[in-house]
Design a protein around this ligand. Structure first.
Ligand code: FES
Ligand SMILES: [Fe+2]
Length: 351
């Protein structure tokens, strides 16, 4: 995009071209911290769960020594995925030929390898990746030498604490899996502006002031934050609750974090590329222990409604971009600053 005006969007081809996705895998997803699951999925030593960091299958373990570790979830024998789902078995056994790994990644047993004179199990450990956590959220970076997660999070934990969110008390309540016929960036970009809210989200616009000037967009080096003042009588939210405001965060590259006013609550959405023109999503909802089921359900229903309204938008954008007939669009800096920020980061990563 050399020479393109700063308000130009990324080229439309970047949303439909498998070669661009291949570059994103290498330059973005193979080296970024990504949310993969929850600490409650590892309730005791010996537990594990399988997940994906972008295109990289990973397995997160809690060893018998109680240490959190993560590995590329690919068998060193011939590449079958080693672990599936989650559980507590003390070892990981590949279902193909039963190579068995310790939860610290070491190959413990490879049937018939005793007949191979030069077979050294120490050379065939699972490949380690970086792992860390923030409250109940577990993150993995496929790059084992990655800088600490805290560097990517930056001031984000402080900003959530400032809104009244206590990561220490949040407990998982519900997972929702979803998919969209859209490039992962289309999904993120739609999340990053509320220019469309007045038109597309009548329910949200009734309770949040989405007007120009009222709605706040703040870009940080690795994340961004949106805040919309609540309108008076903003049901379904309890504006006198522990969390004082609605705040929507995006964290590089593909995690969004939603905080609604009222009881202790937080939800995270993961936007996983599934080919250039599709994405798979996972949303986990967390609430404080004293949040009544009815209040939790109201927050979940409200967010699901907004998500359903967005689905048609992003899928239509994908069809438009994939037509190849319009080379790029034009961003409004005042209302789409965070989209521009995201696109700048993608452009820099791929440069
Ligand atoms: S591929 Fe895992 S044991 Fe053969
Ligand atoms: Fe939306």
């Amino acid at each position: 995009m050399v020479g393109a005006p700063v308000t130009a969007t990324l080229p439309a081809t970047w949303y439909a071209d498998e070669a661009v996705l291949a570059a994103e895998r290498e330059r973005i997803f193979a080296r970024a911290w990504q949310w993969v699951g929850r600490i409650d999925q590892l309730p005791q030593p010996g537990a594990f769960f399988a997940a994906e960091a972008g295109h990289v299958p990973v397995v997160v373990t809690r060893g018998r020594d109680d240490v959190l570790r993560a590995f590329v979830n690919v068998c060193r024998h011939r590449g079958h995925l080693v672990a599936e789902g989650e559980g507590c078995r003390g070892t990981l056994q590949c279902p193909y030929h039963a190579w068995t790994y310790d939860l610290d990644g070491r190959l413990r047993r490879a049937p018939r390898s005793e007949h191979e004179p030069d077979f050294d199990p120490a050379e065939w450990s699972l490949l380690p990746v970086a792992v860390d956590r923030w409250g109940p959220l577990v993150f993995v970076n496929p790059d084992p030498d990655a800088a600490p997660l805290a560097e990517t999070l930056g001031e984000l934990p402080d900003l959530l604490a400032g809104a009244g969110v206590d990561m220490g008390v949040l407990a998982f309540r519900r997972r929702v899996e979803w998919s969209q016929a859209a490039n992962w960036k289309v999904g993120i970009e739609n999340y990053l502006e509320c220019y469309h809210c007045a038109v597309a989200h009548p329910g949200l616009s009734k309770v949040i002031d989405v007007a120009y000037g009222a709605y706040q967009l703040d870009a940080h080096p690795t994340f961004s934050v949106q805040r919309g003042p609540l309108k008076d009588g903003a049901a379904p939210w309890d504006t006198g609750g522990q969390v004082s405001r609605a705040q929507w965060q995006w964290l590089w590259p593909n995690l969004t974090i939603n905080v609604e006013p009222g009881p202790q609550n937080l939800s995270v959405d993961l936007w996983l590329p599934d080919g250039a023109g599709r994405l798979r999503g996972v949303t986990d909802y967390f609430f404080g222990p004293d949040c009544a089921d009815a209040d939790a359900e109201a927050i979940i229903a409200f967010s699901q409604q907004t998500g359903a309204e967005d689905q048609g938008l992003v899928e239509s954008v994908q069809r438009g971009l994939a037509s190849g007939m319009v080379s790029h669009g034009r961003l409004l800096e005042s209302s789409e600053r965070l989209v521009a920020h995201f696109q700048r980061m993608v452009r820099d990563a791929l440069a």
